[in-house]
Design a protein around this ligand. Sequence first.
Ligand code: ZN
Length: 875
Amino acid sequence: MRTETPPIVRLEDYRPSDHLIDRVDLDVRLDPRDTRVSATLSLRPNPVGRAGAPLVLDGDDLVLLALDLDGQAPPPDAYRADASGLTLHAPPQRPFTLRIETRLDPTANTKLMGLYRSGGVYCTQCEADGFRRITYFLDRPDVLSVYTTRIEAEREAAPILLGNGNPVEAGEIPGTGRHFAVWHDPLPKPAYLFALVGGRLDRVAKRFTTMEDRAVEIAVYVEPGKAERAAYALDAVERSMAWDETAFGRAYDLDVFNVVAVSDFNMGAMENKGLNIFNDKYVLASPETATDADYAAIEAIIAHEYFHNWSGNRVTCRDWFQLCLKEGLTVFRDQEFSSDMRSRAVHRIAEVRTLRARQFPEDAGPLAHPVRPRQYAEINNFYTATVYEKGAEIVRMLRTLIGEASFREGMDRYFADNDGTAATVEDFLKAFETVTGRDLSRFAEWYERPGTPRVAVSGRYDAGARTYRLDFRQTRPGAGADAPPLVIPVRLGLIGPDGPLAEATGDAVENGVFVLDGAEASLTFADVAAEPVPSLFRDFSAPVRVESDLDDAARLTLLRHDTDDFNRWEAAQRVAMRIMTAQVRGQDADAVAFVGALGAFLDAHALRNPAFAAQVLALPSEGDIADEIGTNIDPDAIFQARRDLRRRLGADLRARLTALREALSEPAGASFSPDAAPAGRRALRNAALDLIAAADAQAGIDLARAQIAAATNMTDRLAGLATLALLPGEAREAALAAFVERYADEPLVLDKWFGLQAMIPEADTVARIRRLQGHPAFAMTNPNRVRALVGSFSLANPTQFNRPDGAGYDLVAETVLALDGTNPQVAARLMTAFGSWRRLESGRREAAEKVLRRIAATPGLSRDVADIGARSLGG
Ligand code: ZN
């Protein structure tokens, strides 16, 4: 807790540590209230540090019990220690050993950073700066040490003891009921990758032999009784290991790889070396409890954390400004993995939906920051969509620019040159410069400034000359007036009235890519037989907003004929967006051509590619529409426009949608598979259900109830319930009641139930949420519960969160403040929902600002919430 303005950390102030820690020997005696940690640190002056500098170790909430230096207690005036640090004023100018004993209370640790208990399980979370809550340390990512960890606990309470690296020893402590295990991690790592676990857990395991012939024991640990639900995660680890070998030539490097699922966790998961710790939401799955989306998320996050073993752990970050070096790159890698496991185009669409839903609004509001920020007050507030998702897009653009083969070569080079070190974005780019001989300094500008670029494109056909010319102009809102133009890869092609114009050649197009690297540029195609429609930014080749002069008819030609599935989807989205924004603006919202084209599209493709068809049927979200409109946003008008178009589609396509539901129904007795193909069929059936229900409430109720009654998996059951949730009345309340009764002992399933109710776009939802906050299954101490009930509300219920009377804002503000004292990280993240307040119409804008100011003025705020408050109101 603090009241003064927090200190700002700046990239330009980076300097290497004055000391290094080569080895860390930890002895941790676990106890619910009185855990003892003895840390023996082998220190030495850093040759590139300042000679004779004091040793300043970080601490957070620590209690020092004992200290000695080379075996002797230092005199009291030789050091200073308090809860937040330990300073040795004149440390030896040679290698020396410090032994530090601290006392921890893991039960009282509600921040879920450092060592804490989740359920009865001891676990740790050290990224970004949690290790300093365990012992005094140089808690910065460029100090790499070899760790040996001895863990001791009561055998009864914690029969399983896990650490980083390989197990080396275990045994009983006779006569005490206690036992111990020793783990050794041979690879030097920063403190943020440290982890330990102690508890009663069930285990599933599998052998994997790496391409280097190392036998690895992969294990997943879960709450007792839930082992069956760990099978899919275990399988995903195995597939990730195999994939990283073939796709990137990266083999695993320890004898064991452990994954532990815990129920109280601030984020998705954590890549601790050899001991990944997960939010159990991203491990546990069964057909009865998990949706297809859950299975896909488990697969992606398991892969993400596993891939960090190379992109993050073997090569780590010099400082936290380089966070995208590991996160953007690892997101890119997990996206590629999921694309290979599933449908590439469908996955790309999902990636872009996420980017637009999260990153575009962030980049357009007061919390905007560069992919590599240059300053921060609280680093935990920079695990953002910009660092992760836009960071991944930069890696993807790099591959598009240099080609797959050079990209792979550059990645090999990056790993080879930086293995075992703490690297920077410059080191990353240098590897690609080395293998291609190209200068990437202008490309590097993507990392430096915030804001989503806009690219305006217009085309002109010259029938006489048979040429087609495209003019491009880029602008960079938010990046500052002096921002140089970006290097933007534009993947493109031309489409004629009957299909792609293969013979047309663009003068500066290489492998289907045009590189826009000035403020303006044009490109001319020769041999163009008829007026074409340009298919621009295929596969979403750059994270930009495209402003093109194409009309609906041209876009619907793309939906029909483009060879790029992403752009076919995009064409339908753009037309739907045009119709809905026109309605919001009181303009002509004619949908006849759109509905006709969708009908034809369904006839031609729905049964051949249901997953893709489901994406085409899913209209841009209310948030997407708000982001498109950009200013003076009225969420109610947006809601109506979207509902009207859904109604229209449901009514006009009713016969087709009904027939599709029939044709796609699972044969009775079919066993459940979470694979992409059956999941795609379920997605289309449920997209059809949503539209039918939008047009005909009674039909929706009947279909949804029948679907719930017959459901053999959570995807179909939840889709039925989600349909009912939008239809007020008895049927909805009865279905909600039956659901909570059925899953009373399944917190992760109840999160879906909380979430659906939080998203009901009706006036009494705020009251409903307040009621649910008192439900026995709800707990403010559990981040998943809070995100399910309050997070879903703030992110996915725009009309009620942005109620003109401010009641939605009040609810979220109260939750932020109630949580801030116990878990500031989760409180701050919840608060980012206010990030788009400036774009609202004036009444709501004033209401939101008032609430933001109230939060910001609250005394004793955490640094996390104070930082989000200050930035949301500034800028
Ligand atoms: Zn990550």
